[in-house]
Design a protein around this ligand. Structure first.
Ligand code: FDM
Length: 212
């Protein structure tokens, strides 16, 4: 068979609090998979390059004010505007390592007090990740890591609330990683799960849709 030509890429999502190490680990995973010869790209949400993304960026840096529901829907729209490209990449065999996805969308908005089911609704029909790796770190530890950058959500009390909502969203399929371990240990664990995931997608695991 020509299964090899039809092999799809994997949708790999990294989630976790601010300063949990997602961005550094995304970079390491990108080099790792690329080094093994797999087509791979690193993405992140919010994608601040689109016009919706610019509205989000301005909100996060406190340059604009938006109602909580409105910004929630913009974050979701920012994923929807990338959905068809995401699907095309996966079908053409490119794996995507995505720094934050719908789980950030729900955890952050629900932490403000929005209804969790209301928060999930606009995510329904987006592509479901093949792997969700959660970089688990106590909010206090994350806050100690060189401090926050000063964006809207980078405050200890709020991050504690986000952590609580992440835990409520998580299910048995999530891979929990102790993000307090040295970076190299986190990297080693991630590489192993990511390679497993890419391999099972190559073998024909089908693409499914949110929500859970
Ligand atoms: N964030 C991120 C949300 O509130 N909703 C979302 O859907 C996404 C993807 O935006 F505080 C929050 C999480 C974080 C901020 O994220 C920007 P980065 O990773 O610092 O760019």
């Amino acid at each position: 068979s020509n299964r090899h030509n039809e092999a799809r890429g994997a949708l790999i999502v990294l989630e976790g609090l601010d300063r949990s190490g997602k961005t550094s680990q995304s970079g390491r995973l990108l080099s790792y998979l690329a080094g093994l010869g797999y087509p791979v790209e690193s993405w992140r949400f919010p994608d601040r390059d689109t016009s919706v993304g610019q509205m989000i960026s301005s909100y996060l840096s406190n340059q604009s004010q938006l109602d909580d529901h409105t910004i929630h829907l913009l974050f979701s729209a920012n994923r929807w505007e990338k959905r068809s490209l995401m699907e095309a990449k996966l079908k053409s065999g490119t794996s995507l390592i995505v720094d934050r996805y719908s789980y950030s969308g729900v955890a952050f908005s629900a932490a403000k007090g929005l209804d969790i089911e209301w928060c999930k609704a606009p995510e329904v029909g987006l592509l479901a990740p093949d792997l969700v790796a959660y970089l688990d770190i106590p909010p206090e530890k994350a806050a100690e890591r060189g401090g926050y950058g000063g964006e809207r959500y980078e405050q200890l009390e709020f991050q504690k609330n986000v952590a609580h909502h992440y835990k409520m969203l998580s299910d048995a399929s999530w891979k929990m990683i102790d993000a307090c371990l040295p970076m190299e240990d986190v990297e080693k664990q991630l590489k192993e799960m990511v390679l497993d995931c890419v391999t099972s997608c190559q073998k024909g695991k089908s693409i499914s849709q949110l929500w859970l």
